[in-house]
Design a protein around this ligand. Structure first.
Ligand code: HEC
Ligand code: HEC
Ligand code: HEC
Ligand code: HEC
Ligand code: HEC
Length: 222
C-alpha cells in the first residue's frame, strides 16, 4: 500500500517553481550582461558630460591654444600605469608670472602657499578589479586621442569613451583599426595617410603586438 507523499497538486507546483527558478536565472543573466555592456549602468561611465573642477583649468586653452605638450603635466603616462595629475608647483611654474591676479587661480595660489593639494574631480574611474596600464598602450602606438578624444579642444574634460569592458575588448581583438606610429601618439587630429587597417597590420608586426591571449580574462583581471 503506497502512501501518497505528494498531494495531487504537487506536480503542478513543481513545474511552476522550476519555471520560476529558470525565470530568475534568466533575469540575473540578463542583468549581468546588461551591466557589462551598457555604458549607463555606472554613473562614471556616462560619456560627453564635462566634469566640474575646483579650478576651471582648460585643456582647450593650455593644450589647444598655448600648445603645451601633454607630457609637461602627464609625463608619467609614458613610463607608468598612471596618467598622473600635476601638482600646484607645475601650475605655478607659469602662474607665478602669468595671470597672477586672476581670481580663477586663487585656489592654486592658496594651495601653493599652504602646501595643501587641490583635489581634482576624477573624470575616469574604472573599477578596482580592473588592471589598466598607460605606458604599455602609449609605447605601442595607441594615441591619447584614441582613448580620450580631443582633449585639446575640451574647456573641461569629459569622458570620450565608455571605458567599459566591451570597449577595451573591441580594440584588444582588432587593434589594427586604431594603431598609429608611436611618434604620433601625442598628435591630435592625426589621420592615416593610406588605409588604416593596412597601416595597423604593419605596425602590429613592427611593434610585436600579439592578439592571441590579449582578451584573456587574466590580462585585465589579475
Ligand atoms: C598644464 C598642465 C596640463 C597639460 C599640458 C595637460 N593636462 Fe591633462 N590635466 C591637467 C589637470 C590639472 C587635470 C585635472 C583636472 C581636469 O580633469 O581637468 C587634467 C586632467 C586630464 C584628464 C582627465 C583625468 C581624469 O580625471 O580622469 C585627461 C584624460 C587629460 N588630462 C589628458 C591630457 C592630454 C591628452 C593632454 C595633452 C593634449 C593634457 N592632458 C595636457 C593638466 C594638464
Ligand atoms: C607653460 C605655462 C603654463 C602652465 C604650466 C599653466 N598655465 Fe594656466 N595659463 C597659461 C597662460 C599663458 C594663460 C593665459 C593667460 C591670459 O590669458 O592672460 C593661462 C591661463 C590660465 C587660466 C585662466 C586665467 C584667467 O583668469 O583667464 C587658468 C584658470 C589657468 N591658466 C590654470 C592653470 C592651472 C590650474 C595650471 C596647472 C594645472 C596651469 N594653468 C598651468 C600658462 C600656463
Ligand atoms: C588605451 C586607452 C588609453 C590611452 C591610450 C590613454 N589613456 Fe589615459 N586613461 C585611460 C583609462 C582607462 C583611464 C582610467 C584609469 C583608471 O580609472 O584607473 C585613464 C586615465 C587617465 C588620467 C587620469 C589619471 C589616471 O591615471 O587615472 C590621465 C591624466 C590620463 N589618462 C592621461 C592620458 C594621456 C596624457 C595619454 C596619452 C599619453 C593617455 N591618457 C592615453 C585610457 C587611456
Ligand atoms: C585602442 C586600442 C586599445 C584599447 C582601447 C585598450 N587596449 Fe589594452 N592594449 C592594446 C595594445 C595594442 C596592447 C599591447 C599588446 C602587446 O604588446 O602585444 C594592450 C595591452 C594591454 C595590457 C597588457 C597586456 C599584457 O599582456 O601585459 C593590459 C593589461 C591592457 N591592455 C588593458 C586594457 C584595458 C583594461 C583597457 C580598457 C580600459 C584597454 N586595455 C583598452 C590596445 C588597446
Ligand atoms: C581588455 C581588458 C579586459 C578583459 C580581457 C576582460 N575584462 Fe572584464 N572588465 C574590464 C573592464 C574595463 C570592466 C569594467 C570596469 C568598469 O566599468 O569600471 C570589466 C568588468 C568585468 C566584470 C564586472 C561587470 C561590471 O559591470 O563591472 C566582470 C564580471 C568581468 N569583467 C569578467 C570578465 C571575464 C569573465 C573575462 C574573460 C572572458 C574578462 N572580464 C575579460 C576589462 C576586461
Amino acid at each position: 500500500m503506497s502512501k501518497q507523499v505528494f498531494g495531487p497538486g504537487a506536480n503542478t507546483f513543481a513545474r511552476v517553481s522550476l519555471l520560476a527558478v529558470a525565470l530568475i536565472a534568466a533575469i540575473v543573466i540578463a542583468i549581468f550582461f546588461f551591466s557589462v555592456r551598457s555604458p549607463y549602468t555606472r554613473v562614471g561611465a556616462v560619456t560627453g558630460v564635462a566634469i566640474e573642477q575646483p579650478v576651471r583649468f582648460s585643456h582647450a586653452l593650455h593644450s589647444g591654444v598655448i600648445n603645451i605638450d601633454c607630457r609637461y603635466c602627464h609625463l608619467t603616462a609614458e613610463y607608468t600605469a598612471y596618467g598622473g595629475i600635476p601638482d600646484t608647483h607645475t601650475c605655478m611654474s607659469c602662474h607665478s608670472q602669468i595671470a597672477t591676479y586672476s581670481e580663477l587661480l586663487e585656489p592654486i595660489r592658496t594651495s601653493y602657499a599652504n602646501g595643501t593639494p587641490v583635489v581634482w574631480n576624477k573624470v575616469h574611474d574604472i573599477a578596482e578589479h580592473v588592471y589598466f596600464n598607460h605606458s604599455i598602450h602609449v609605447n605601442k602606438g595607441v594615441g591619447c586621442e584614441t582613448c580620450h578624444g580631443r582633449v585639446d579642444q575640451m574647456p573641461l574634460v569629459w569622458r570620450n569613451n565608455t571605458m567599459t569592458m566591451n570597449w577595451c575588448l573591441d580594440c584588444h581583438q582588432r587593434p589594427y583599426q586604431y594603431l598609429r606610429p608611436v611618434e604620433e601618439v601625442y598628435t591630435f587630429g592625426w589621420q592615416p595617410e593610406g588605409d588604416q587597417n593596412q597601416l595597423g597590420m604593419q605596425l602590429m608586426a613592427e611593434y610585436g603586438i600579439q592578439v592571441d591571449g590579449l582578451s584573456d580574462c587574466a590580462v585585465c583581471h589579475r
